[in-house]
Design a protein around this ligand. Sequence first.
Ligand code: NAD
Length: 484
Amino acid sequence: MATAAGTELRTELFVNNEWRPAASGERFEVTNPATEEIIAEVAAAGPRDIDDAVAAARACFEGDAWRSLSARKRGALLYRAADLLEQRADQMARLETLHNGKPLFESKIDVAMTVETLRYYAGWADKLGGQTLPVDGPFFAYTLREPTGVVAAIVPWNFPLNLASWKFAPALAVGCTVILKPASETPLTALAMADIMEQAGFPPGAFNVLTGGGSTVGAALVKHPGVDKIAFTGSTEVGKQIMRDAAATLKRVTLELGGKSPNVIFADADLKAAVRGAQNGIFYGKGEVCAAGSRLLVERSVHDQVVEELAARAQKLTPGDPFDKNTRLGAVVSKKQQQTVLSYIEAGKKEAKLVAGGNPAKVNGKGYFVEATVFDQAKPGMKIVDEEIFGPVLAVLTFDGVDDGIRLANQTMYGLAAGIWTKDIRKAHRVAQAIRAGTVWINTYNFYDSSAPFGGYKASGFGRDLGREALDGYTEVKTVWVGL
Ligand code: NAD
């Protein structure tokens, strides 16, 4: 089909390097959240398709074409996929914006990072080895790092392609095979990526894409005995369900879940930079960012100044057409998500003080937009402080001194990320150590790199994407003893 972004796109399932409709013939609609238009109808996988995809991925994992391919050649395939994606970066970015609603300039950053992630893990393919072990006795002992097997990568809608690559790139680099299940709101870039993987030369079954619902396709993959590992990014609730469902087959599971990350501004910070960082921390990606700095903790003596400047910036950040190069606040991903965000805003209006935004919006009379919203005088115990909203809504809390700041920062069930703003280097490191979160940014926020591991403490999950650490999630360690 041709999409409104002017790209050709396959909308069937991608299994064993073949495009095929769902066995049931069923399809589901994909909507552009900025225009409310239906932009595609995509195959809805069912039980037979899931069995077929698992069989293809397993046959590939056990078959010669993939098994006997050297690590260096696996790396070369990933390098080729990166080059092909780079050539189609503009098209891919447009597609990402079309189904997600994020500004085009953000989608371009997402695609560029995906290219980097593919290259980063391409480089790892022939560098991951085992160790020789200093065991006691007449033995030679060593370890092998072997691929875990068939990996089902289940990903959310906020960074559809980028987050998928955080999983399929390391998995393929070490020799696993992959079934990618994108979110049903945003399946289009995963399908476009399948085309690239086939062109890059991956053998049939190495990379498969199953589109469809979470409680159907996602849950079936989690329960399937032919799948060895679930690499999941999504909500904490679904993460818990996946742990329960994976128990029966003792699957390996890594979970990147939600967050309610504190962004802590101390009185001695560069306040201009801190306010910019606070704005970027919550409004980038329309706040649909797992690591969004959604709790802004401000030291009392600078509170008024920070809130005033931040509210002024939020008021200027008007929602706009995601394809307009000047737009910095796009549409939230769906009507359902817009309603969820608005219900939190209503709760916030009853509990805290609204200082910016607070309303739904339309652009050219259409779309699921929400104004950049800031609540002041927020406190733990309020819904907008305790729960992940996943939208452009900031709660500002006040603290007195370093220990109080740390206490408040850690007063959450989550532990994904945190920000610290101060010119005092000792304070910065002390607070970075005291905060229980997988990533801490000091005097910056929301930066990522393929080489920097990313993941959660506490209810934000376990296991790490990116960096060398991610490779652990796709390998088993085998110890070999040789009697001498
Ligand atoms: P979600 O949990 O509803 O869905 C995520 C994926 O899981 C989708 O593909 C969905 O179809 C699938 N799914 C749903 N129910 C399932 C089930 N029972 N079994 C298997 N799969 C199932 O999350 P979402 O609404 O798409 O995304 C938003 C959430 O993702 C937020 O909580 C956010 O914090 C989190 N997130 C976390 C990170 C991170 O790295 N920690 C990154 C991005 C998003």
